[in-house]
Design a binder for this molecule. Sequence first.
Ligand SMILES: Nc1ncnc2c1ncn2[C@@H]1O[C@H](COP(=O)(O)OP(=O)(O)OP(=O)(O)O)[C@@H](O)[C@H]1O
Ligand SMILES: [Mg+2]
Length: 1238
Amino acid sequence: MLEDTQLVWVRDAAEGYIQGRITEIGTKEFEVTPTDRKYPKRTCHFDDIHSSCDGPQDHDDNCELMLLNEATFLDNLKTRYYKDKIYTYVANILIAVNPYREIKELYAPDTIKKYNGRSLGELPPHVFAVADKAIRDMRVYKLSQSIIVSGESGAGKTESTKYLLKYLCYSHDSAGPIETKILDANPVLEAFGNAKTTRNNNSSRFGKFIEVHYDAKCQVVGGYISHYLLEKSRICTQSAEERNYHVFYMLLAGAPQQLRDKLNLGKPDDYRYLSGCTQYFANAKTEQLIPGSQKSKNHQQKGPLKDPIIDDYQHFHNLDKALGRLGLSDAEKLGIYSLVAAVLHLGNIAFEEIPDDVRGGCQVSESSEQSLTITSGLLGVDQTELRTALVSRVMQSKGGGFKGTVIMVPLKIYEASNARDALAKAIYSRLFDRIVGLINQSIPFQASNFYIGVLDIAGFEYFTVNSFEQFCINYCNEKLQKFFNDNILKNEQELYKREGLNVPEITFTDNQDIIELIEAKSNGIFTLLDEESKLPKPSYSHFTAEVHKSWSNHYRLGLPRSSRLKAHRTLRDEEGFLVRHFAGAVCYNTEQFIEKNNDALHASLEGLVQECENPLLQTLFPSGSSASIRGKLNFISVGSKFKTQLGELMEKLEQNGTNFIRCIKPNSKMIDRQFEGSLALAQLKCSGTISVLELMEHGYPSRVLFADLYSMYKSVLPPELVSLPARTFCEAMFQSLNLSAKDFKFGITKVFFRPGKFVEFDRIMRSDPENMLAIVAKVKKWLIRSRWVKSALGALCVIKLRNRIIYRNKCVLVAQRIARGFLARKQHRPRYQGIGKINKIRMNTLKTLEIASGLKMGRDEIVSGVNDIYRQIDDAIMKIKLNPRITQREMDSMYTVVMANMNKLTVDLNTKLKEQQQAEEQERLRKIQEALEAERAAKEAEELRQREEVENKRLKAEIETRRKAAEVQRLRQEEEDRRAALALQEQLEKEAKDDAKYRQQLEQERRDHELALRLANESNGQVEDSPPVIRKSENVRAQQQALGKQKYDLSKWKYSELRDAINTSCDIELLEACRQEFHRRLKVYHAWKAKNRKRTTMDENERAPRSVMEAAFKQPPLVQPIQEIVTAQHRYFRIPFMRANAPDNTKRGLWYAHFDGQWIARQMELHADKPPILLVAGTDDMQMCELSLEETGLTRKRGAEILEHEFNREWERNGGKAYKNLGAKPNGPAAAAMQKQQ
Ligand SMILES: Nc1ncnc2c1ncn2[C@@H]1O[C@H](COP(=O)(O)OP(=O)(O)OP(=O)(O)O)[C@@H](O)[C@H]1O
Ligand SMILES: [Mg+2]
């Protein structure tokens, strides 16, 4: 069991992440015990484990999280979701979790007012805040804006779009007529373009880009709607539990009797085109209002479908009114309803074989004659002509006259049914185009300066059966994802580099290869499909085979049998292909691709509708636009049309400012208060928001050019500020606003803001004059204040200078005094030295008198002799004093005379003393003898000490020689390495690339698997595992082989077992193997911890000084040579270190290490401000240096190695107990290696 009990997040298949604690370090993974006992223990790769904070998270901006990882991100979303806070930011990107219920006051008019003019981040996150930012960015940057709303089906894109539009139209005042029309467009579009699917009751089956146009004063002046890819197949068939477009049901449920009679309407189960689901959406009240005769059998049995925002009866009336407000007359509305009804009746026309027809033709079945009559009436075509056009096709032979001969080719039953369905789809889809056109006509914009466009397009789609529609939608999503990657991740990082911001790079999966696969001009899937359509006999299997042939070795394209879902594996190779999209692998069934790619009607049907009497239908099919006129080779396919449309959209997006909203679906049951973590996590990953989070750990989402900021303010700047350079002005502005230095950074041309600092950023970017004047006033104040401070500083400097001058004057006087003294002393020195010399004799006489006092005889003679000498001295001194010019020689001769007399007196005295001293002499000699004895003993002790010193020096020299030898050896090695370096470098880079690719593939595999699992859950299908991705790295393979060859397989050993073996085993080889494995795991663990550290504790938890860790980091990983076991020895090191965040005087410390062989045995840290830290292997491994001696580079560090006794002295001085087994043979029994302190 590990002592390190830090709380972590660990991956869970259902919850996304759950909390637990690491309890075991394995070879490639950690064992985690969840804190909640209901979950079992699990072993996970360390990439799936992240650090966790103790309490639950609740932050408006995910970039504010203490730990920026996907687990805490998910936790934050979840916690907030259950508190009804469905919005959060990742920098400037809004994340919206679908609440599936109404949250009180969240979108009320008062809330709109509250967000008006408020910066992003000032109020809780909201779609309104994004809309407001778009308006303000448009005004400030004079640039149109886009808001890209994305997410999977049911995530809430359309609802978010509605709220955005509401804000854009209502934010300034109450909505005017144009704004009302823009808002009215929605119910109309939803009636015709939305349907119930298994994933969303109100699923938009088309994409739209709604532009709200503004004039120079930012007043709404019009709008424009572009729409994309209406799902046509739904008009004729729907999957079980799915409905056709809402409008059909609305008409059947809500049309007044008079209209019903006109259109011959019945109940849903009367119509084949509504067979997927025949129930209405209704609430308790409207259920009563719909007569029983209008309800299907199924509806009567099961009751209505329920959804808070859908009601077929009510919505018909809303639609009718909205169409009226958009300017349609009753006749025009009737025209639209008639075509909708006509589609329903057309669907009921069935065919049967003509009994005796040899050409295999068919006829309209008798039972559907009535439907034929009603349809022809509603379409305004001749019944017979409709009949003929449905069961036969016109062909023009090539030869035979100017125009060729017209031949009527009878159709088989399935061909006639296809023709009927094609007609229904063409009528409905063109009607939809027309309705969008009508809306656009009613909201024209002439005086538009800019616009804000909101994009709501179907998210990534995957079903058990995926066809052309899904292919187009997923292609579109790839393009949008690429746009997001380029816009947010790639360009952002390039900008940071250009501006010198020093932000660490992050990697993300580039999906350009998928886009190439689909849209490449020469062999992209779209091109191959169009080419197939131009062949005389196009076939889907040939097309599919061509796709596989052209992209046979492409990672992104696979055969259906490589799918994870069992249902796909049954498809034959030429029936489909699998594309590994950024969000997961999707298997496409190609059977319908060719038909769906060509929406042209056959000539007789087209001719029929072009010449009909229904005015609306005529406008839908203008003559001259026929595909048959253009010919097969020039036809414009659905795919290429969509590609062009998408190209135009991307161009718009690229020119505009961009804002992103990522919608998240919290559960697949479409219910409130349920958060499926893994589902949300998959969406977060796919949307790229996790990569953005990673980037924003050190990134700067908001920025502005100095020049732009300056020119924005230029008009309101007073003359004294106008002359400032742009950058200086910006610096002055930032200083004056008291912004914290860590919240922004100056680049080369721009100033950047950290995430969550948008309020500060926006404060300076708000271009209303009042705010600008207030800021300018602050800048002015700051400038005046800083100039005042500068002048005060100047005055202080002058005072300081004056004081310095005074001080120097004083110093000069002192110097003069000293010089004068020196000269005088030089001149008179011989005389006073002469006096001094003679005076010294007087001192000697004192001694003579003192000695004489000890004489027993002749003392008086000596005394009078001394008095004589006194006199002579006084005379001589007097002479010298009175004669300044006296020479040295004269003084010397006077001295010699006095001295000679003195000597004579001394000789006398000595003779007298001699006898007296004879006895004393003996005693003195004895004492000298004793002193000599003591001196000899001291000398011997000194010699001993010196010998020891020499020995230590020798040992140190040995260490130095060893270090030098190691150095020489290393240099030699380096020389050899250098030669191999280029090749090695290349190999390493390749391996790194392979590794990154491998990781991406693993991630892709995981997404594929998750997607397949979700599908399987929805459809009761089965998922099969593909073989694991093989990593091609040579190095890894070599390592694996090496592992295989090793004597001991320790991969299954537990961390604690390894430690026990180290402490108890006597098998030297096993011991060494255990130690290597033990430290390798520790390294992996510490590397994980470093990667997952909290943002505030960067410099803590270091187990060795930074210099050591860095040396190890720079080195390539080493495989320990096996001979280490024999040659290993104890070595001791000492190096100083600095603590980055300690107060100045306590920064420095000493780090001691004792290595037993390659691994650390004892470690000691000495700090100035805290008690020493002593650690011993076997007990304190988690806190000790996990690197091998070789990796630390200590043996090559000059002066780092110390002697054993030096280490032990410090160790014991600081309370460490003696290391007893040091004498044992190096690296001997385990006890010596990982000795526990006793
Ligand atoms: N902000 C919200 N508040 C309350 N309910 C919401 C909100 N957003 C979405 N919903 C609910 O979720 C349902 C699905 O949302 P919506 O139709 O916007 O999804 P979508 O992303 O547009 O899906 P699709 O791609 O299928 O069109 C809505 O019908 C509504 O019931
Ligand atoms: Mg939608």
